[in-house]
Design a protein around this ligand. Structure first.
Ligand SMILES: NC(=O)c1ccc[n+]([C@@H]2O[C@H](COP(=O)([O-])OP(=O)(O)OC[C@H]3O[C@@H](n4cnc5c(N)ncnc54)[C@H](O)[C@@H]3O)[C@@H](O)[C@H]2O)c1
Ligand SMILES: [Mg+2]
Length: 328
């Protein structure tokens, strides 16, 4: 049975924070009160607001409710915009965290008032630290869901959100809808000494990653994995082990389920589906280890470079190299 060690965090504080967030999702009044004392992450047309730190790195700008209120007042915006904030969590200091899209305001004017810049999500995802990037991705995903869910897909009538933004209700039928993610399996296939990496034509030059694909309706994780590997590179998987998962905001919200898979060393011929992948190849441990040392730089790309640390593909590749080193 798989056992994942999560952390040695203090259980009581974690439980109370999770229950607090859950209460805010159920109780509109409690959520409105939490908004007055909460931390706020701003977006402009789904691009998060980032600030420079003294160390030359970036962090998401965190504002208080009154900071945002004074921005809205100064720019002549309706204060009710604040009610469009969406709950995204609770900090370790027990402060509720919200995000708000101020896309109706002038971008440059907001940036000047809060000393920061609204940065494209894909770019900001890789500028931020490991803990902050998922928070910004979650905020953007929830804001996007609200912006595209104003009408019920069943009745065509307007939907109303709760204060936390965790659900929307159809005004005519009462049907409740919740934010959705598409399950995607991502898999590093190995024959015991090498692994398969593929590249889509849209990837940056020289970049290869683990194989990935959307799960079909009705499939288990294992069935989706075996089908995707068969479709994309023509291999038959013998065994599967789960590694970890990740919310991935691009191009929309995917729920990435990361696995390792093995194939028989006697059946390793790749038949690549060129409509899906520009290329897929077997790579040796040495090639992968060298690629993990490569730092991103301008100019000609190296022969192989791998997805960045935030991506679950990077984690799968690192785990595989560690496993290979222990068995060799
Ligand atoms: N985090 C990572 O490390 C990492 C690495 C590789 C890929 N990814 C992500 O995995 C996702 C899936 O990979 P893929 O593009 O190879 O998938 P894929 O192999 O299933 O091929 C994409 C095609 O599947 C079809 N499809 C079926 N269901 C779909 C749905 N719900 N949404 C969109 N298209 C659907 C479409 O025809 C689409 O063109 C992508 O969103 C990609 O961004 C993440
Ligand atoms: Mg694919």
């Amino acid at each position: 049975m798989l056992k994942v060690l999560l952390s040695t965090r203090k259980c009581s504080s974690f439980v109370s924070r999770m229950r607090y967030v859950d209460r805010l999702k159920q109780d509109d009044d409690a959520c409105s009160a939490a908004l007055q004392t909460g931390r706020m992450f701003l977006f402009h047309r789904l691009n998060p607001l980032l600030q420079n730190t003294e160390r030359g790195t970036f962090r998401p700008a965190t504002l208080t409710c009154s900071d945002v209120q004074s921005v809205l007042e100064n720019l002549g915006a309706d204060g009710s915009l604040l009610k469009e904030s969406v709950l995204i969590g609770c900090s370790e200091q027990n402060q509720a965290e919200f995000c708000l899209d101020v896309g109706r305001l002038d971008q440059a004017a907001v940036e000047e008032m809060v000393t920061g810049s609204f940065v494209d999500l894909r770019k900001s995802f890789f500028l931020l630290s490991g803990a902050e990037a998922p928070l910004v991705a979650k905020g953007q995903a929830l804001l996007r869901w609200h912006q595209t869910s104003g009408f019920s897909s069943a009745t065509g009538q307007p939907t109303r959100r709760n204060q936390a933004g965790s659900q929307r209700v159809c005004s005519s039928s009462g049907i409740i809808s919740y934010p959705t993610m598409c399950p995607v399996v991502i898999v590093l296939v190995s024959d015991g000494t090498r692994c398969v990496l593929g590249r889509q034509a849209a990837f940056p030059r020289g970049m290869y990653s683990a194989l990935a694909g959307f799960c079909d309706m009705g499939e288990s994780l294992e069935e989706a994995l075996c089908r995707e590997v068969a479709e994309e590179v023509g291999l038959e998987v013998l065994s599967v082990s789960y590694s970890s998962s990740q919310h991935w905001p691009f191009p929309h919200s995917s729920f990435m389920l990361g696995c390792h898979a093995s194939v028989s060393p006697a059946h390793t011929q790749l038949i690549v589906d060129r409509s899906e992948l520009e290329d897929a190849r077997w790579f040796s441990l040495q090639e992968v280890m060298s690629a993990l040392q490569v730092k991103p730089r301008r100019g000609d790309p190296p022969p192989l470079w791998l997805p960045p640390k935030h991506a679950i593909a990077h984690r799968l590749i690192t785990e595989w190299t560690q496993l290979m080193q222990t068995v060799s």
